[in-house]
Design a protein around this ligand. Structure first.
Ligand code: ZN
Length: 148
């Protein structure tokens, strides 16, 4: 399901470009040989599936990869999320997850520190798609809960 087919409403052109770029050329897509934690999550409303793999060492996200399939929003969000959390402390990653959630619930200013992820703020106007954008971040939060 593409953004275009599900929403005839025009999103900001630049932001749409960023989303489609991550969708077509996802960053950090794949698996890790020995991840510290792996989580599968899906969004039955849209059919999105994400498996997140994290390599965490001394409280730092050394590596993050994702696999799965789904709509452009879910896959682009996962691509951008892995890009942003790699090299960050687990605490900083969780803070970003919180900021992202606030942005997706309408607080655009919360997205300022989120780099490319700001491109997803327009999705907050489409409640049915918010879950698509949040899926990867929920996977991140659940992964952290399961850290040894
Ligand atoms: Zn979706």
């Amino acid at each position: 399901m593409s953004l275009e087919s599900s929403h005839p409403v025009k999103l900001n052109e630049l932001y749409r470009e960023v989303i489609m770029d991550h969708y077509r050329r996802p960053r950090n897509k794949g698996t890790l040989e020995a991840p510290t934690v792996s989580i599968d999550l899906n969004n039955p409303l849209c059919g999105d599936e994400i498996t997140l793999h994290l390599d965490v060492e001394d409280g730092t996200v050394k590596d993050a990869r994702f696999s799965g399939q789904g709509c452009s929003i879910s896959q682009a969000s996962a691509s951008m999320m892995t890009q942003q959390v790699r090299g960050k402390s687990v605490d900083d990653a969780l803070e970003m997850a919180e900021a992202f959630k606030q942005m997706m619930h309408g607080d655009e200013s919360a997205g300022k520190s989120l780099g490319d992820l700001l491109a997803l703020h327009g999705v907050s106007k489409f409640p049915a798609r918010v879950r698509c954008a949040l899926l990867a971040w929920e996977a991140l939060e659940r992964s952290v809960e399961q850290l040894p």
